[in-house]
Design a protein around this ligand. Structure first.
Ligand code: F6R
Length: 259
């Protein structure tokens, strides 16, 4: 795991965009795993800029989103499908048929989840998965005590997640109680993962996920076992890391080594 600490949200987003775009340019056909929420908005903004100003090409990119609220149609303004089209897809040259987001209206949920896993496999697996972290330590919607081997399935959201996400809805009662989400095991199979976190509110859970024990109580901690994970934080989110200065030193040494 490499931990990169940047001065603020903008720098964090630019760092992540630099990483994602350089990985995208390495492969003709690239499979990109995506997250929603507030954290990756700056990353998506920067990828759009790179597409418009630097020719970053999405025509051979296939995407898989981590999750979708269960019960929301793709046209609902708070659905993750709507979010992705508004904040990334409609601004770049991605092919509609290459976009995959769990179906929040799936009738046979188990069958849908199995198919979603199959589609990822058929696409050749995820090359790079973008992740955020919930204040209860979740990655995707793998809430505390989700199996670290879990696959795509329906999850019941915690009260904490419902409260956190109420900011996007008119009222807390409107926040869906379930989501279809990739499992920790699904995320773990991505060849590379990049976890982003910003702001003081995330500092405690970030420290637990990176420096605490690997535990299903904080599913992001499973990334400690992943073979190729980069964590990009802003100073505030890095605020409670015990070895912060060491991570900065490593970052500097890696750059020097690669000169
Ligand atoms: C979203 C997702 C979630 C979020 C997490 C952080 O697709 O999978 O795990 O990444 O809840 O959300 P924000 O970025 O809004 O703090």
């Amino acid at each position: 795991m490499q931990v990169l600490i940047r001065a603020n949200y903008d720098e964090m987003s630019k760092e992540a965009a630099g990483y994602v775009s350089s990985e995208m340019r390495k492969k003709v056909k690239f499979v990109l795993g995506l997250a929603t929420g507030s954290t990756p908005l700056g990353l998506y903004k920067e990828l759009i800029r790179m597409h418009k100003e630097e020719g970053l090409d999405f025509s051979n990119v296939t995407t898989f989103n981590l999750d979708e609220y269960y019960g929301l149609s793709p046209t609902h303004e708070q659905s993750y499908s709507y979010f992705m089209w508004e904040n990334l897809f409609k601004h770049v040259n991605i092919k509609k048929e290459n976009v995959h987001i769990p179906d929040g209206l799936a009738k046979d949920v188990d069958k849908f989840c199995e198919e979603y896993e199959h589609m990822i496999e058929e696409a050749g697996g995820i090359d790079l998965q973008v992740l955020g972290i919930g204040s209860d330590g979740h990655i995707a919607f793998n809430e505390p005590i989700s199996s670290l081997g879990s696959r795509t399935r329906l999850k019941t959201l915690t009260e904490e997640t419902i409260k956190d996400n109420a900011r996007f809805f008119k009222d807390e009662s409107e926040v869906p109680r379930y989501a279809i989400t990739m499992g920790v095991g699904t995320v773990f199979e991505a060849r590379k993962t990049v976890l982003l976190a910003s702001g003081a509110k995330k500092a405690e859970v970030v420290a637990k996920a990176i420096e605490g024990s690997v535990t299903a109580s904080i599913t992001a901690s499973a990334l400690q076992l992943h073979r190729d994970t980069i964590v990009v934080l802003d100073e505030e989110a890095a605020g409670k890391l015990k070895r912060k200065e060491y991570y900065k030193y490593v970052d500097k040494m890696v750059k020097e080594f690669n000169k």
